[in-house]
Design a protein around this ligand. Structure first.
Ligand code: ADP
Ligand code: ZN
Length: 215
C-alpha cells in the first residue's frame, strides 16, 4: 500500500506505520528518523537540520525534498510505503505530487489520525526513544516502559527523552503543526484521498485503514 500518514506529533503515526509494514511488506519512511540518524552521524544533512529540530521548527522544504526524491526511488519502495512525517507543508505536498507523477506512482490514500490535544500532550511528555539511530524504538514511561528502566528491549542502547520533547519545544511543535501541516487535511480532502480516523488506539486506526483498502 502507498499511504501518507497525517497527524499531530504524538498522534501515533510511527506506531501505526510500524503495524502496517507487517501487513504487506510496505516500508515505513519517517523523515524524522532519517533526520535524527543524520544528526547523530554528523553528516552534512545532519549539520544543516540540527538547529531547526532542536527548536521544534521545520527543516527547510528543499532539504526534505532532496531526501524524499532519493528515498522513494530505492527498490524497497516497490512493494509500497508509509510516509510518516512527510509531507508537512503545502509546498512539500505540491512537490510530492509532481515527484509521484514523474515516478508514475499513485497514492492509495491519506490517513489523518485525529487525537485530542490533551492525549497528545500527555503522550509526548511521557514518550522515550531509543538513542540508537538504527533502532529508534519508542517507549512510554507510563503505558509501555522498557523492561529494564532506561535500556532498549530491542538493542540494549540507552532510552532517552528527545531533545525536542521538553514542554517548550513540544508546544512549539504543536503550534507549527496547526499552522503549517493541518492545512494538508483540506488539500487531500479536495483530492478525494482523505480518510480521517478519530481514535486513540492504533488497532482502531489499522482496522479503519484495512476496511477502506478493502472497499
Ligand atoms: P513528530 O512527528 O513527533 O514531531 P518527527 O520525528 O516526525 O516528530 O520529526 C522531528 C523533527 O524533524 C520535526 O520537529 C522537524 O524539525 C523535522 N522534520 C521531520 N519531518 C519533516 C518534514 N517533512 N519537513 C520539515 N521538517 C521535518
Ligand atoms: Zn533500540
Amino acid at each position: 500500500m502507498k499511504l501518507i500518514l497525517l497527524g499531530a506529533p504524538g498522534a501515533g503515526k510511527g506506531t501505526v506505520a510500524k503495524l502496517l509494514t507487517e501487513l504487506d511488506g510496505s516500508v515505513q519512511i519517517s523523515t524524522g528518523d532519517i533526520l535524527r540518524g543524520a544528526v547523530q552521524a554528523g553528516t552534512e544533512l545532519g549539520k544543516k537540520a540540527e538547529a531547526y529540530m532542536k527548536a521544534g521548527d521545520l527543516v527547510p522544504d528543499e532539504l526534505i525534498m532532496d531526501i524524499m526524491e532519493k528515498r522513494l526511488q530505492e527498490p524497497d519502495c516497490e512493494k509500497g510505503f508509509l510516509l510518516d512525517g512527510f509531507p508537512r507543508t503545502i509546498p512539500q505536498a505540491e512537490a510530492l505530487e509532481k515527484l509521484l507523477d514523474k515516478l508514475g506512482i499513485e497514492l492509495d490514500m491519506v490517513v489523518n489520525i485525529d487525537v485530542p490535544r490533551d492525549v497528545i500532550l500527555d503522550r509526548l511528555t511521557t514518550r522515550r526513544t531509543c538513542s540508537n539511530p538504527e533502532c529508534q524504538a519508542i517507549y512510554n514511561v507510563k503505558s509501555n516502559p522498557p523492561k529494564v528502566e532506561g535500556v532498549c528491549d530491542k538493542c540494549g542502547s540507552p532510552v532517552v527523552q528527545r531533545e525536542d520533547e521538553t514542554e517548550e519545544a513540544i508546544s512549539h511543535r504543536l503550534e507549527t503543526y496547526n499552522e503549517k501541516t493541518a492545512p494538508l487535511v483540506g488539500f487531500y480532502e479536495k483530492k478525494g484521498k482523505l480518510l480521517t480516523v478519530s481514535a486513540t488506539s492504533s488497532d482502531e486506526v489499522i482496522n479503519a485503514i484495512k476496511a477502506r483498502l478493502a472497499a
